[in-house]
Design a protein around this ligand. Structure first.
Ligand SMILES: Nc1nc2c(c(=O)[nH]1)N[C@H]1C(S)=C(S)[C@@H](COP(=O)(O)OP(=O)(O)OC[C@H]3O[C@@H](n4cnc5c(=O)[nH]c(N)nc54)[C@H](O)[C@@H]3O)O[C@H]1N2
Ligand SMILES: Nc1nc2c(c(=O)[nH]1)N[C@H]1C(S)=C(S)[C@@H](COP(=O)(O)OP(=O)(O)OC[C@H]3O[C@@H](n4cnc5c(=O)[nH]c(N)nc54)[C@H](O)[C@@H]3O)O[C@H]1N2
Ligand SMILES: [Mo]
Length: 739
């Protein structure tokens, strides 16, 4: 028998403490075992409970990602027709020469606004965050057009900014232990990692006696593990259920009137709406039951529970808000939290299941300095306004990037795009209406993609820059919400092939374009600056050496972080950062927008493609496309271990499957006017009748007839957005049939 150990124990193996920097909401300390520039083994955090930050299946497969045989290791130049995916490797010298030439040509011929930079969160570190470096480069070059609207969270961000004055509404996860009732409202933290320690703290809370209710069209893994009760509701109808909960609280005198009087404005207007004084429809549980499919008595019971079991954490997540109901859903949830006095109080919570804390969070992370973008100079003042249209005078809404490429200034967009550079995203795959996106990309004069893999988006490029993974970089990363710690990226292996970081690429291109002002960025020096020197962005990390060695710096606060504690404890000294200084259930700033699609109080509103839209009746099923357990969106798609761990399937209820003659494992077609895809069926009672589910991120793979054999739900989703800016993915109607 071969007696070799499962991993080599020789002295050449180094163990590097580091982390990955995926856009997944977790930030997990990793120990990478490295030999001969290859990661041969991975271990997670070795801290003891309750501090341990335990990593999920994805980072356990991280070496398969870094060393994947499909990694792009050399710059690539397109050889076949656009989109066919045929490339030849070229040198950096040639790649930079081509990019510089095309940038110069487009700027001279059409003006700087014709250059589009499309960025997203593929990598979440400070120093090597490519959007920043590349934006700096293009600003110095004369400017560029870009996009507005966080495709994840614009609804919750807009709602929190409107009603609370800030998106920093999070509690640290350890505060869940103080909650007696927890509502997982469209929230599946076992699957979508939103804070490494979230499930751990939820399990502890349950063990400590908290009651947990899941409100979701799916009986998901988190509900199976945690919940005492599952209340299925039709997508897009949560706001009706919440309005009915408010009705019960008002009718039964269960509101915290003292809290409402002291800390809020506009409750009377909301009450008039709920009682039907405004529109002659009382928002009763029976009314909401018709819309949502949730039984009226269970809505009533949920309202009573939320109003009387205190403190209660309403964890409204972003899936229901990534819909046509976008900001209305999030505003309604904030309003309920105010009605029950669960704001600023330990064990309570407001404004989302994974909104941010004021430390190390992604909106205030230290980064290399930006430069003003000349193309955006002279835009309207945004001060004090919540009106998205002002922002869209100079920018394109993220979910409309492809429409803007097709329609340009003719279609009311700020520019005619000729050259596009996609970086840190796979937007062809990840934004709405993939087939339209593919048409748009064919129309570009030139397209650059900076990538690790030949993604569906990268297949359309003329030029691909191969970039390094986090394992090949030094950097500072911050957790997503809830984690009271900072993590270090430590270079575990030398860059593979000819890969470079986005920062190095921007620097090289700056040199080629003669933009000396770009400067040079010495990695070590900048990291020290982030940690120790910069007074504005200073992180509370005292010693960069120790931080890098340990790979983590844990904050040692006196207790859990509770948002708005100061505002509640001493309101005179600490007004809410809204115009009135109070929680704005009614918003004058929204009223000034004067748009019935965006009323000054939160409301349930009918929308195109909602459950009852008669125009969509040939597509009787509602599609939700939540985030995958085994990928980060489309990233890590190619790792065989992960594919096997959670095979890509459409969830369909047995009642809907039966009438269509569909059995478990059958190939089915899902389609609507925007596209068609094929995918095997998972017939399960874990999804309510009338709703189907396809996890997002599967790679678009159209055949010659335009049928997507990859099963990417975005061939079916719309490329639209709400008035508050939420991307609409989960308001999609489809039909399903046996293939
Ligand atoms: N149907 C549907 N669609 C959705 C959603 C949904 O719920 N339903 N959710 C939306 C949400 S919330 C999000 S955040 C978006 C995500 O949309 P994207 O940001 O487009 O998603 P990813 O698939 O993570 O793509 C990131 C890409 O960046 C690359 N990358 C990683 N590190 C680096 C780096 O350092 N430099 C460069 N240049 N590239 C790098 C990766 O290889 C990967 O291809 O998807 C959205 N799309
Ligand atoms: N493993 C993994 N973790 C991730 C990511 C990933 O891709 N993979 N992505 C990260 C990112 S960028 C983000 S933004 C977050 C996303 O985190 P979320 O926005 O919370 O995630 P989703 O999976 O889109 O949706 C969560 C739940 O909402 C439900 N849902 C959809 N529509 C409705 C509705 O109308 N009403 C109700 N009540 N429920 C509804 C879905 O069934 C799903 O269970 O996750 C992060 N974490
Ligand atoms: Mo996201």
């Amino acid at each position: 028998m071969n007696a070799s150990p499962p991993f080599p124990a020789d002295s050449e193996v180094r163990i590097v403490r580091t982390t990955s920097a995926f856009n997944c909401g977790g930030r997990c300390p990793l120990r990478l075992h490295v030999r001969d520039n290859v990661i041969i083994r991975i271990e997670g955090d070795d801290a003891a409970e309750p501090d341990q930050l335990r990593t999920c299946l994805r980072c356990r497969a991280y070496r398969k990602h870094v060393h994947h045989p499909d990694r792009l290791l050399q710059p690539q130049k397109r050889v076949g027709p656009r989109g066919e995916g045929r490339f030849e490797p070229i040198s950096w010298e040639e790649a930079l020469e081509i990019a510089a030439g095309e940038l110069e040509r487009v700027k001279e011929t059409y003006g700087s606004a014709s250059i589009l930079l499309a960025v997203s969160g593929g990598y979440l570190g400070s120093l090597h965050e490519g959007a920043r470096a590349t934006g700096r480069l293009l600003s110095l070059f004369g400017g560029y057009t870009t996009h507005y609207g966080n495709v994840s969270s614009e609804g919750p961000i807009w709602a929190a900014t409107t009603q609370l004055g800030t998106p920093l509404t999070g509690h640290s996860r350890d505060d869940l232990l103080n909650a007696r009732l927890i509502l997982l409202w469209g929230y599946d933290p076992a699957r979508v990692i939103t804070g490494t320690n979230t499930m751990y703290e939820l399990v502890r809370a349950r063990e400590a006696g908290a009651r947990i209710v899941s409100i979701d069209p799916r009986y998901h893994d988190s509900a199976a593990v945690l919940a005492h009760e599952w209340l299925p509701v039709h997508p897009g109808t949560d706001t009706a259920v919440m309005a009915a909960m408010a009705w019960v609280m008002i009718e039964e005198g269960l509101c915290d009137f003292e809290f409402l009087d002291r800390y809020t404005i506009g409750f009377d207007r909301f009450r008039d709406y709920v009682l039907g004084l405004e529109d002659k429809t009382a928002k009763t549980p029976r009314w909401a039951a018709e819309l949502s499919g949730a039984p009226a008595d269970r809505i009533t019971a949920l309202a009573r529970a939320y109003a009387t079991i205190k403190p209660a954490a309403l964890m409204d997540a972003h899936g229901p808000a990534r819909s046509a109901m976008g900001e209305q859903f999030s505003r309604m949830a904030i309003t309920l939290a105010a009605m029950t006095g669960n704001i600023g109080r330990s064990g309570g919570g407001v404004g989302g299941a994974f909104m941010n804390l004021p430390f190390g969070h992604m909106y205030a992370a230290p980064m290399i300095p930006g430069v003003r973008n000349p193309v955006e100079a002279g835009g309207p003042s945004l001060r004090g306004s919540l009106d998205l249209n002002l922002r869209l005078q100079k920018r394109i809404h993220t979910n409309r990037i492809f429409d803007a490429i097709l329609e340009g200034t003719r279609g009311g967009y700020p520019a005619d795009i000729r050259l596009a550079w996609f970086l840190g995203n796979n937007f062809l795959n990840q934004l709405g209406n993939t087939n339209k996106a593919a048409r748009a990309l064919k129309q570009l004069e030139f397209m650059i993609v900076s990538e690790l893999f030949l993604t569906p988006t990268a297949r359309f490029a003329d030029l691909i820059f191969p970039v390094t993974s986090a394992a090949e970089r030094n950097d500072l990363t911050r957790g997503w919400p809830s984690g009271l710690y900072y993590t270090a990226v430590n270079r575990a292996i030398e860059p593979l092939g000819a890969c470079r970081s986005d920062l190095e690429i921007a620097m090289a291109l700056a040199a080629k374009l003669g933009l000396e002002e770009f400067g040079t960025f010495d990695e070590e020096d900048w990291l020290r600056t982030f940690v120790e020197k910069n007074p504005e962005t200073a992180t509370p990390i005292p010693d960069s050496g120790a931080f890098r060695r340990k790979g983590i710096h844990r904050l040692q606060p006196a207790g859990p972080h509770v948002a708005f504690k100061a505002q509640i404890e001493d309101p005179d000294r600490n007004p809410f950062p809204t115009p009135s200084g109070k929680i704005e259930i009614y918003s004058e700033r929204v009223a000034a927008m004067n748009d019935p699609a965006c009323p000054p109080i939160p409301k349930y509103l009918p929308t195109p493609e909602d459950r009852l839209d008669p125009a969509s009746k040939s597509y009787p099923l509602q599609l939700v496309s939540p985030h995958p357990s085994n990928r980060v969106h489309s990233d890590m798609q190619k790792i065989d271990w992960l594919v096997e761990a959670d095979p890509h399937r459409i969830w369909i209820n047995p009642a809907d499957a039966r009438t269509r003659g569909i059995a478990e494992g059958d190939a089915v077609l899902a389609f609507n006017d925007r596209g068609r895809l094929s995918i095997p069926a998972r017939v399960t009672e874990r999804i309510m009748p009338g709703v189907v589910c396809i996890f997002e991120g599967a790679w678009f793979d159209p055949d010659e007839n335009g049928l997507d054999r990859g099963g990417n739900p975005n061939v079916l989703t719309p490329d639209t957005y709400t008035r508050g800016g939420a991307s609409i993915f989960n308001t999609t109607r489809v039909q399903v049939q046996k293939a």
